[in-house]
Design a protein around this ligand. Structure first.
Ligand code: HEC
Length: 155
């Protein structure tokens, strides 16, 4: 009887342990989704300002700084919190397969966001928007590099 209880306790412990880890990963993913939505709206704001021209142009730098700041947060999360992305997500549905690749893609995203800050600063300073659309497209490509396949943002 005692032995059976022991076996039962072991079975419960082993089935509960991985669940606890997944719950933690779910929290990280929920948070990363919020960062993703933040990115999306800030990018749309720059695209809007670019299309409309005029009055909101000076905000383009602020929006790109917000994107850079969000990219900083994503870097922090993938570098520190998401120690095992392969445990948190279905790897078959993502274009990366190791944590190193994941971190690299996040850093490329950060670099594109940093470049966009420079490009929009130049736009606001000179009034010349050459390169802004390309900067935004380049940024979007770094998003897609991490998202492509089943998680593509272009669906
Ligand atoms: C290093 C990888 C990586 C990069 C770079 C990245 N994302 Fe994500 N993104 C994720 C992950 C992981 C999730 C969470 C997905 C999930 O929960 O299944 C996510 C979630 C999202 C979501 C929410 C999707 C949903 O289902 O709610 C959006 C929108 C999004 N990202 C947009 C972007 C945009 C725009 C960029 C570029 C500025 C970007 N992402 C860059 C990995 C990345």
């Amino acid at each position: 009887m005692k032995f059976k209880t022991f076996i039962l306790a072991m079975a419960c412990a082993s089935s509960l342990a991985p669940q606890a880890a997944f719950a933690e990963d779910d929290n990280v993913l929920a948070y990363v989704r919020i960062l993703g939505d933040t990115f999306e709206l800030q990018i749309q704001a720059i695209e809007y300002v670019l299309a409309e021209g005029g009055v909101y142009t000076s905000n383009a730098v602020r929006h790109s700084m917000d994107i850079l700041s969000t990219a900083d947060m994503l870097n922090y999360v993938v570098g520190k919190e998401m120690s095992k992305p392969e445990r948190a997500v279905d790897m078959d549905k993502w274009p990366w397969s190791t944590r190193e690749e994941f971190v690299k893609l996040s850093e490329a995203n950060w670099q594109a966001a940093k470049d966009l800050v420079g490009i929009t600063e130049n736009w606001v300073a000179t009034g010349n928007n050459a390169g802004v659309a390309e900067g935004v497209q380049h940024l979007r490509r770094t998003c897609e590099a991490c998202h492509s396949g089943d998680n593509s943002l272009n669906k």
